[in-house]
Design a protein around this ligand. Structure first.
Ligand SMILES: [Zn+2]
Length: 344
């Protein structure tokens, strides 16, 4: 089969389309003919390297997958060849205490399908049948593939962990990434007021179209001061963080008393300074969140399938143009998801 692979780590110029062995299914698995595969930061982290010790090149990543079942192991029940499915990329042991309680993101062996290789940026993938969700008849494969990773991450962070309430003021940082855009949409769905800090006039406009009530350009003055002004000096109830070191002190300061920060990433560095006085005196809550549970995934996908939540797709590339898709992702110019359309 064809896959968008790299034989060494580097920039997008390392991506090429190559012939690789078809995946083989084992017990409990199905072979999926991939229709669409969406990009996440995992794509760039893997490509840019450094590669894990013992990594087997060529590597092809891809964690967000929609497609149809092309084959299935004899023990797989309830599925048939031709069924249209979307894949939950959460991989866990299913045996530890956390897994048995449904908290798969706390599993010691937690991993993400396709993040280290053998992923969905290819014509086929072998996936566990218990990770599949059936797509409604005629549902668009590109839209379905745009959802799993980013939208379940946002769902867990906002709804399960931070419990966003109607009419709360929420500040979303890094407002053009896949999870941030999903967070904007979910806040609006829940009736919260959304403020976004992003990096250009164009992205401000797109953030507003996605549902943001106010968008601020971080390259034009002090964005947190602007948010303070927009909230009449009161600040916000919740900050949705993924920037990390560069913004953490400001995220703490922009919170109202009793406010909370939920973080799902740290794009500018993992070490940040926490002001303990603000933490205890203002009774702040700092919440960490990673990916989603099976329940998070299913609830989120149901909202996608019934049209209450429509993932924003920035651009769609055929598999043959995967290198251009990677270049576009590296440029940081996208707003929403970049998707490879692999077959019809
Ligand atoms: Zn486990």
């Amino acid at each position: 089969m064809k896959a968008a692979v790299f034989y060494e780590c580097g920039d997008a110029s390392k991506i090429q389309i190559a012939e690789v062995p078809n995946p083989k299914i084992s017990t409990g698995q199905v072979l999926i003919k991939i229709h669409a595969s969406a990009f996440n930061h995992l794509e760039l982290w893997s490509l840019h390297g450094p590669a894990d010790e013992g990594a087997q090149f060529p590597i092809w990543t891809g964690s967000d997958i929609s497609g149809t079942i092309a084959d299935l192991a004899p023990d797989v029940k309830n599925w048939a060849i031709g069924d249209a499915v979307v894949v939950n990329p959460s991989l866990s042991c299913e045996k530890c205490d956390h897994c048995l309680r449904g908290d798969v993101t706390l599993c010691d062996d937690y991993d993400i399908l396709g993040s280290g290789g053998n992923g969905g940026n290819a014509e086929y993938i072998a996936a566990n049948a218990d990770k599949l969700m059936r797509m409604p008849a005629g549902f668009d494969f590109v839209t379905a593939a745009a959802a799993p990773l980013a939208y379940q991450t946002a769902w867990r962070a906002l709804i399960t962990r931070a419990k966003v309430q109607k009419e709360e003021d929420v500040l979303v940082l890094g407002g053009s990434g896949g999870v941030a855009v999903a967070a904007i949409q979910m806040c609006k769905m829940l009736g919260a007021r959304v403020f976004v800090i992003t990096s250009s006039e164009e992205k401000m406009e797109k953030a507003r179209l996605a549902g943001a009530d106010f968008a601020v350009n971080r390259k034009a003055g002090d964005p947190f001061e602007e948010i303070r002004h927009l909230t009449n000096g009161r600040g916000v109830d919740l900050v949705v963080e993924n920037v990390g070191a560069a913004t953490w002190p400001e995220s703490q300061k922009i919170l109202r008393k009793g406010g909370r920060i939920v973080t799902y990433g740290r794009t500018t560095g993992r070490e940040a300074t926490t002001n303990l006085s603000l933490l205890f005196w203002n009774e702040q809550t700092h919440i960490g969140s990673t990916m989603g549970s099976l329940q998070d995934f299913r609830e989120m996908m149901e909202h996608v399938f019934n049209g209450k939540l429509t993932p924003i797709v920035d651009s769609v590339y055929p598999l043959e143009k995967a290198r251009e898709a990677y270049e576009h992702y590296e440029s940081g110019e996208q707003f929403g998801k970049i998707v490879l359309k692999i077959s019809d």
